[in-house]
Ligand binder design. Structure first.
Ligand code: DHB
Ligand code: FE
Length: 282
């Protein structure tokens, strides 16, 4: 049984990687954001998870609006960045874990989640920025990553409750994998934000903080929202909360918050960070 050791949720905005490349972490704009990360980096460096199952959304690169899987999973041994904005970043490839990926894919389809299974998959900032953030200098090559992509761009999108169920099914799949490897779960994106249109710049700090509380203690409460509720409460791209909700679906038993940070606005978003552990029921 592979062992799920904990979870991290973080913003994934492209400007983060740009700020790191330009060594701007200590500037007044970025400091309150980057100051949140050392405890999470320390946890990752101490716990050394073998695998990260990473929930993110593809912002129109591998999956443009003409073909949009509701849920997709990567089963490759390696993934390459293909991001928009500031040109394609020259960052190292991301290492995959095809055996566990295929195990999860099989289990999910058996459990009624009709995944798009990707033997090749270009990955964007939703996946790479959190890795660069956790392992500065882009030193993430040692950790194996399983990309799980949730449609947050093109209607119809899966609802929060469905993303929570996907997380539960992935947890079950990981636990049924015959291996002693350790797995951490990442949920990226969010929190409240709207990047374009008349309501561009919309944020809802109060809602973001409530979400962070509920993610720890009462995630079922969040599954009562519809995507339209989230758009009205926090702006169009607040649906990226679904990746956090999927992450939380994987955890079982008593969940403990080890660390959090929240800062807004960063690139017009409410940027939240959570580090969680869980105590599996015996
Ligand atoms: C930006 C991009 C994102 O994917 C996101 O979730 C928030 C902000 C941006 O380009 O600033
Ligand atoms: Fe995004």
């Amino acid at each position: 049984m592979a062992n799920i050791i904990g979870a991290v949720t973080t913003s994934h905005i492209p400007a983060i990687a740009n700020a790191m490349a330009n060594k701007a972490e200590d500037t007044p704009y970025w400091k309150p954001f980057f100051d949140g990360y050392p405890p999470v980096r320390k946890w990752l460096n101490e716990k050394k998870p073998d695998v990260i199952v990473l929930f993110y959304n593809d912002h129109g690169l591998e999956f443009f609006i003409d073909k949009k899987p509701t849920f997709a999973i990567g089963v490759a041994d390696e993934y390459h960045n293909s991001d928009e904005g500031w040109g394609i970043a020259t960052i190292p490839p991301v290492t995959g874990e095809s055996e566990l990926s295929w195990h999860i894919a099989n289990s999910l389809v058996d459990d009624g989640f009709d995944m798009t299974i990707c033997q090749e998959m270009k990955v964007d900032h939703g996946l790479t920025v959190p890795l660069s953030l956790m392992w500065p200098g882009n030193n993430y090559g040692h950790v194996k990553v399983i990309p799980v992509c949730i449609n947050c761009e093109q209607y119809p999108m899966p609802q929060p409750w469905r993303c929570f169920e996907l997380g539960k099914a992935i947890g079950k799949a990981i636990e049924s994998f015959d291996s002693d490897m350790t797995v951490a779960i990442f949920g990226t994106g969010g929190l409240s934000h709207q990047l374009d249109g008349e309501a561009a710049g919309t944020l809802n700090r109060k809602f973001d903080l409530e979400c962070m509380d509920k993610l720890v203690t009462n995630p079922e409460e969040l599954t009562k929202y519809s995507n339209l509720d989230l758009v009205k409460i926090g702006g169009a791209q607040t649906v990226e909360l679904n990746m956090w909700i999927a992450m939380r679906g994987v955890l079982r038993g008593k969940v403990t918050e080890l660390h959090r940070n929240y800062h807004a606005p960063i690139s017009n978003t409410g940027a939240g960070l959570l580090l969680l552990e869980h105590e599996m029921p015996k």
